[in-house]
Design a binder for this molecule. Structure first.
Ligand SMILES: *[C@@H]1O[C@H](CO)[C@@H](O)[C@H](O)[C@H]1NC(C)=O
Ligand SMILES: *[C@@H]1O[C@H](CO)[C@@H](O)[C@H](O)[C@H]1NC(C)=O
Ligand SMILES: *[C@@H]1O[C@H](CO)[C@@H](O)[C@H](O)[C@H]1NC(C)=O
Ligand SMILES: *[C@@H]1O[C@H](CO)[C@@H](O)[C@H](O)[C@H]1NC(C)=O
Ligand SMILES: *[C@@H]1O[C@H](CO)[C@@H](O)[C@H](O)[C@H]1NC(C)=O
Ligand SMILES: *[C@@H]1O[C@H](CO)[C@@H](O)[C@H](O)[C@H]1NC(C)=O
Ligand SMILES: *[C@@H]1O[C@H](CO)[C@@H](O)[C@H](O)[C@H]1NC(C)=O
Ligand SMILES: *[C@@H]1O[C@H](CO)[C@@H](O)[C@H](O)[C@H]1NC(C)=O
Ligand SMILES: *[C@@H]1O[C@H](CO)[C@@H](O)[C@H](O)[C@H]1NC(C)=O
Ligand SMILES: *[C@@H]1O[C@H](CO)[C@@H](O)[C@H](O)[C@H]1NC(C)=O
Ligand SMILES: *[C@@H]1O[C@H](CO)[C@@H](O)[C@H](O)[C@H]1NC(C)=O
Ligand SMILES: *[C@@H]1O[C@H](CO)[C@@H](O)[C@H](O)[C@H]1NC(C)=O
Length: 464
């Protein structure tokens, strides 16, 4: 049966120290009461760490198995558990042959299974190291195990024995102590221990949490809030990012320093919120201030219109944090002047370069024939929506007043518009015995002249 063994190291959490491994360099110490110890001190283990070195002790005093175990547990860690060739070679080489029998080791039969007493683990076939023909369970209750040392045959092999028999004992003291590794498990190595760090810790004694690089790029337009279980920026540190109003977070909101010293996510960016480009009618003039970028949060635009136009809508817009403009864009409307009608007895003629009766419209008045214009013949619609001049009036042309009725006659006049003015008519009649000389009627014409002079009434007696 060959020496089968596997691991040269065995891992345990520091709190449970069950395992040991020895190492070549040793020294012998003889202690009083006839108990001899071998102390295997580890010169690899830096003493400045102040950690107790792994030691391996034995006694040749004959003890039954139970007493032997009590002895080991009282003075050391436990009875030895044999794990590999190196251990066996070492024991084979260094231990003396006791006066009586050989040495107990920490294996016992429990519920019909060979079990390592320190760990309560069942002996695996690979780890078995029985002497030829063993275990033979010879006689009564061979439930304990001894290791042959300095025997002529089968030396370093195991043999099952009655537990009541008295033998020497091999004990061990683990290198690992509770304080060996601060945040890791202690691993027994040959004459030494190593710390196997928990995730996120490093250093010879797992004394440091893994460190992440500082988060230097706090996003512009944002802020960062980090919490450090172990400051600064150590494993499990988390940083939360927030963007200021008007900025959008791009990337991860939260990052964590992981066990490998990397942040789980890169720092995010805060990008400024943008609004859609302003769509305004071409006649609207605008000027914008863009403190954070074109059409971006806090961009403000002022609007204005050309002369003769008024702004319908807001005078300015701001791009809000929501990405919307504060209101709909305005439009420019042409200024309007009041509607004009034809003057009485006249006509109005207008030129409207933009819209009817609007800014820059010009209107001219003309009077019908027989009427003359009083006032301004033209008017202009101003930028402020006012006509430059009031509409004129058309006054009827006046004729010189007709003299009294001719002597010896009568006159009957009508004045449809005003006295002695355009379209006024007068009819003449002569009295009995008088003869009308001239026109019977006259009319005030468009030029302000009577069509005919007033007639005469001449007496008929002249014939006499
Ligand atoms: C076991 O060996 C160690 C290391 O030399 C020694 O310090 C210790 O005293 C020994 N144990 C006992 C109980 O003597
Ligand atoms: C034990 O030691 C003897 C010599 O003392 C040697 O011949 C033998 O090979 C060793 N056995 C083991 C397993 O180391
Ligand atoms: C990180 O957090 C986990 C879970 O809370 C914990 O088990 C671990 O010990 C922590 N690591 C460090 C370095 O603080
Ligand atoms: C190791 O971890 C424990 C808790 O898991 C913690 O209280 C202690 O501060 C840690 N030690 C170091 C050095 O980080
Ligand atoms: C950071 O986060 C912690 C926990 O969420 C909170 O109590 C603290 O007020 C925050 N600090 C800042 C500056 O936001
Ligand atoms: C932030 O912006 C930089 C530069 O434009 C870019 O390289 C990086 O990938 C961005 N980060 C994220 C999380 O989008
Ligand atoms: C908009 O007008 C205000 C005053 O009304 C002025 O302070 C501001 O500078 C103007 N902005 C632009 C972009 O012209
Ligand atoms: C945006 O404008 C508001 C109001 O004027 C101001 O308080 C804020 O600081 C501005 N924000 C940025 C990022 O410029
Ligand atoms: C924007 O217009 C409003 C009226 O619509 C005015 O009260 C305010 O002062 C203007 N702001 C700027 C910056 O011109
Ligand atoms: C209005 O009339 C003035 C003078 O004729 C001219 O200079 C201006 O361009 C006109 N405006 C418009 C909007 O037509
Ligand atoms: C003047 O008289 C003529 C004919 O009698 C008539 O047709 C016309 O309408 C009158 N004009 C006015 C302004 O009364
Ligand atoms: C009326 O008599 C006057 C004076 O005798 C004369 O001058 C005038 O021409 C006469 N009119 C007509 C229409 O005959």
């Amino acid at each position: 049966m060959g020496l089968l063994n596997a691991q040269s190291t065995k891992t345990y959490v520091c709190e449970k120290m069950h395992s040991w491994i020895f190492h070549q360099h040793s020294s012998m110490v003889t202690v009083a009461l006839g108990i001899t110890f071998i102390a295997i001190s580890n010169d690899l283990l830096p003493s400045r760490m102040g950690v107790q070195a792994w030691t391996y002790n034995y006694t040749t005093d004959p003890l039954d198995w139970d007493s032997a175990r009590l002895y080991c547990k009282k003075h050391f860690t436990d009875m030895v558990a044999i794990q590999n060739k190196d251990e066996i070679a070492y024991l084979n080489k260094t231990l003396p042959k006791p006066d009586k029998g050989y040495y107990w080791i920490g294996i016992r039969k429990r519920q019909e299974k060979w079990t390592w007493v320190g760990t309560n683990k069942v002996l695996t076939p690979e780890a078995e190291n029985w002497a030829m023909g063993e275990p033979n369970d010879l006689g009564d209750g061979q439930d304990c195990v001894e290791i042959y040392i300095k025997r002529h045959k089968d030396t370093a092999k195991w043999n099952d024995e009655n537990c009541k028999n008295k033998k020497g004992t091999i004990c061990y003291t683990a290198s690992c102590s509770k304080k060996s590794c601060q945040n890791g498990t202690c691993v027994e190595t040959i004459g030494d221990f190593k710390c196997r760090c928990y995730l996120g810790f490093e250093g010879p004694r797992c004394e440091r949490a893994v460190e992440c690089p500082a988060v230097s790029d706090v996003p512009s337009g944002g802020s960062m809030n980090c919490s450090h279980p172990i400051p600064p920026h150590r494993c499990n540190s988390t940083c939360e990012f927030r963007c200021d109003e008007g900025f959008l977070l791009q990337g991860a909101q939260r990052t964590e320093c992981d066990a490998t010293g990397q942040w789980t996510h890169p720092a995010p960016n805060c990008t400024v919120v943008t609004c859609d480009p302003l769509l305004v009618p071409s006649e609207v003039h605008f000027t914008c201030e863009n403190p954070l970028g074109p059409s971006s949060y806090n961009s403000t635009c002022n609007f204005s219109c050309k002369a003769g136009h008024t702004l319908k809508g807001p005078a300015n817009l701001t791009c809000l944090a929501s990405g919307a403009w504060s209101a709909a864009a305005p439009v420019c409307e042409v200024v309007r002047c009041g509607q004009l009608n034809d003057p009485l007895n006249g006509k109005l003629r207008c030129q409207d370069p933009l819209e009817k009766f609007s800014y820059n419209s010009t209107c001219w008045s003309e009077c019908n024939s027989g009427f003359i214009l009083k006032g301004s013949s033209s008017t202009h619609c101003s930028t402020r929506g006012r006509w430059s001049h009031a509409l004129p009036v058309c006054q009827a042309v006046e004729c010189p007043a007709v003299s009294d009725a001719p002597s010896g006659g009568r006159m009957n006049c009508s004045h449809p518009i005003s006295p002695n003015s355009f379209n006024s008519t007068c009819e003449f009649r002569c009295d009995e015995g008088f003869l009308l000389q001239g026109a019977q009627s006259t009319e005030c014409d468009a030029t302000g002249q009577w069509t005919h002079p007033a007639p005469n009434c001449t007496g008929t007696d002249t014939e006499w």
